[in-house]
Each structure stands twice: as C-alpha cells, then as structure tokens.
Design a protein around this ligand. Structure first.
Ligand code: GLV
Ligand code: MN
Ligand code: MN
Length: 411
C-alpha cells in the first residue's frame, strides 16, 4: 500500500520556502544566487537521506535515483523546479520536486522495488528571471537549445551563463547536459494548476493533455535622453513612451485574436537612466506571448512587430527586436496519461482533463520522453504571487497519484 506522509511533505515545503531573498510569505529564489545554492544543498541532503543516488550535470540539473532491479532499462523520471521568480509563492515547482521525493519515499516504504529506476529531477532555471528564457535546464537536456547558444546567454549584469554556473560550482561543457530520446521511459510532473478551474469545479486533479506554446520577445528602444524640465514636449524622443505604446499593442494583439487562449504580457521594463527628472533614453522590455495554437501565437508576434515598426517611425526612435524563444506547444503522452488516470481511479479521486497555459519543464521533456502532467488545485488559481496556496490535502493527493503512476510505469 502506497501512503504519502503529508506532514513530512508539508514540513519540507515550509523548510524550502525558508530559502528566500524576500520576506515571508514571499519567496524569491533566483537561479545560482547564494540562496539558490543553499536550497540546492538542503534538497540534495533530503534526497541522500532517502537513500537516493544524487548527481548533477553541467548546468546544475540535479538527479536523484532510486535504483530499480534492472539497471539496463531506461528509468522513469519525475520532477520540476525549485527556482522562484521575484516575490513568488512557495508552491510553484516545489510541489513537483518535493512531492516527487515523497512519492519515491512512499514507494520505498511500501516495499516496492521497481524494475526500472525512478529518477527525481530538479531542473535548473525553469523561470526566466535571470537569463531571459524559461526551462533552461530542460531545454538543454532535450537539445531544444544547443550548448553553443546556451553558452552565449547573459544575465542583467552581463555575466555569461558559463561564468555564473562555474561560480556556482557547475563546470564542464553544456554539451554533456543533453540526453538522448529514449533515455527515460516516461516523465511525469506534478504541479499546482496556477489557474482557477479545478478549484471552481471542486475537482482534486487535473490531467494535462497539452501545454500552450510560449514565446518571449525582447524589445530594445533607443530614443534621446535629456532634462525633464528643460526639453520641450515637441522636441522629445522618449523611449519609454514608445515602450508604453508597444505594451498596449501587446494587449491589442492578444485580445484581437478573439480566442481566450491568446495571452500577452509585458512584465519587464527597464528604463535607462532611471531618474525621475530625466527623459528615458533607452528601454529594454521583455514580452511574453502565448497561445495553445502556435499559428495564432505567431500571428500575434507578427502584429506586435508591425506595430513596433510603426511606433518607431512615428516617434523617431530606434527599436530592435529579438525573439528569445518561440516554442511549439506539446501534446502529452497517452500511456503516461493513462498511468495517472489509473492511479486517480484506484483512489477514487475525481479528475478532469485540461490544457496547461503555463509552461513547465514537461514542455521540453516531452521531446525526449513520453510525458504527462498532473495538476492539483491552488487557492483562487493564484500563482506567481506570495499568497499562492495549495492545501496539504491537495498536495498529498497529487503526490499519491504521482507515486502510484510512477510505480506502475516503473514496474
Ligand atoms: C512558468 O513559470 C510560466 O511562466 O509559465
Ligand atoms: Mn513559475
Ligand atoms: Mn512552475
């Protein structure tokens, strides 16, 4: 009988939330920060305490393995991320990592020695905070981002990924991060829904059939700076005003498709030189554009590009655009989904099939392994906020279904 120790899982989520650069209840844990390093060390210690064999790759993806009886077979994997965007909550990603750990311990406690090994993965930088693109670890793992272009990534301080990861103790070529298709027999990810549908329906589990296609466009605007009092309005080429118009163009593009699945956000806007009495001369903004329909997402990107050309000409500013990522959506694997469905049915837990509008490492793992996700409800659908909350019961149910499905796929 597989049983989840919900108390231990709750205590571990609490402990991990303590590694934060923001005061509680907010959690900020940016990849390769000192706080991230402490959280990683703590996490590895928990894995070691469970008797798992821990290894790390060159970008800091962490693997903790419960050895199966037949080491010649590809393992079954699960996992998620522990990095957290600025002022986030404590459940995004961590539920999948610590829930995965508890799922493996529950399998061990039940006396099950699977044929296939079960591997827990803690993916590096699922969040785009530091290097501008999300799912860095899983992207490199599946080869969607090659090692060479991975090496060229820089953070806001102009430090390269290579520099930053080396300082965090992760050396070696990024080439070695890549895993072949077939390396894993299956990959499952447990995550909070980050939306309101399960809670509204009073249903404890969501089986994710597809993940929406994300894209990030970086826009740099160069205008002309000057004195906020002395330069007259007709003479200005204010970079921020062009940026403001672009932000509105993003909204118009997303609303303009008429589809509820089209979304666009401008959540990052750096103004230079950044003084109240100085006209912005340069702005860098990152735009997040998504849709479950890739062609429609592409149309939004094109519409935003056209709008920014028009704004540049009219405002006499220079605008450059760079697509940081434009990923296809993914369809989850039928057999992996069936394992989750069977596990839910075994425990009489209701579920509904759904699409994930947020992206996850599963989006990339699906390229090298049969992949599926299970969602649990979170209060009010709130996520990427300090008041993010999932109940211990909901988390334990998710971990239970994950454990059953892992045991089934590894049998
Ligand atoms: C993941 O954090 C996302 O932005 O979807
Ligand atoms: Mn997130
Ligand atoms: Mn997440």
């Amino acid at each position: 009988m597989i049983r989840i120790d919900g108390d231990q899982l709750t205590r571990e989520l609490e402990a991990l939330a303590g590694f934060s650069d923001a005061p509680a209840p907010a959690v900020t844990r940016v990849v390769f920060s000192e706080t991230d390093a402490k959280a990683r060390a703590w996490f590895k210690a928990q894995c070691a305490a469970a008797g798992l064999a821990v290894r790390e790759d060159a970008v800091g993806n962490t693997f903790a393995r419960y050895a199966g009886s037949d080491s010649s077979l590809p393992a079954v994997a699960t996992g998620s991320h522990i990095d957290a965007i600025p002022h986030a909550g404590r459940y995004d990603g961590t539920v999948g990592v610590l829930g995965g750990l508890e799922a493996i311990r529950a399998i061990q406690r039940a006396g099950i020695r699977p044929r296939r090994s079960i591997e827990l993965i803690q993916f590096t930088s699922e969040e785009p905070t530091r290097f501008g693109i999300g799912c860095l670890g899983s992207r490199l793992m599946c080869g969607s981002r090659d090692a060479k272009s991975g090496t060229s990534l820089k953070d806001k301080e102009d430090r390269t990924l290579d520099e930053v990861r080396a300082a965090a103790g992760f050396a070696g070529s990024l080439e070695t991060v890549r895993l072949a298709r077939g390396h894993y027999a299956a990959f499952l990810e447990l995550h909070i829904e980050q939306g309101p549908l399960l809670e509204r329906a009073g249903i404890p589990l969501g089986l994710v059939t597809a993940i929406a296609a994300p894209a990030t466009m970086r826009v740099t605007i160069e205008g002309e700076g000057g004195h906020a009092g002395a330069v007259l309005m007709p003479d200005r080429r204010d970079a921020f005003l062009a940026a403001a118009e672009i932000a509105l163009a993003v909204e118009a593009a997303a609303k303009g498709t008429g589809a509820i699945d089209s979304v666009g956000t401008c959540g990052l806007c750096d103004i230079f030189p950044g003084a109240v009495n100085s006209i912005p001369s340069r702005v860098r903004m990152d735009l997040d554009i998504r849709d479950i329909d890739e062609a429609r997402r592409e149309k939004m990107l094109e519409q935003i590009a056209r709008a920014s050309d028009e704004i540049a000409a009219r405002r006499k500013v220079k605008i450059t655009r760079e697509t940081l990522n434009a990923d296809p959506p993914c369809t989850c694997d039928t057999r992996a989904l069936a394992a989750l469905r069977g596990a839910a049915q075994k425990h009489d837990l209701k579920f509904q099939e759904m699409v994930s509008r947020a992206y996850h490492d599963s989006l990339f793992m699906s390229r090298i392994a049969p992949t599926a996700m299970v969602f649990i409800p979170c209060r009010g659908g709130v996520s990427h906020r300090p008041d993010e909350y999932a109940s211990p019961e909901a988390i334990a149910q998710g971990a239970l279904v994950l454990a059953e499905a892992l045991a089934e796929l590894a049998a």
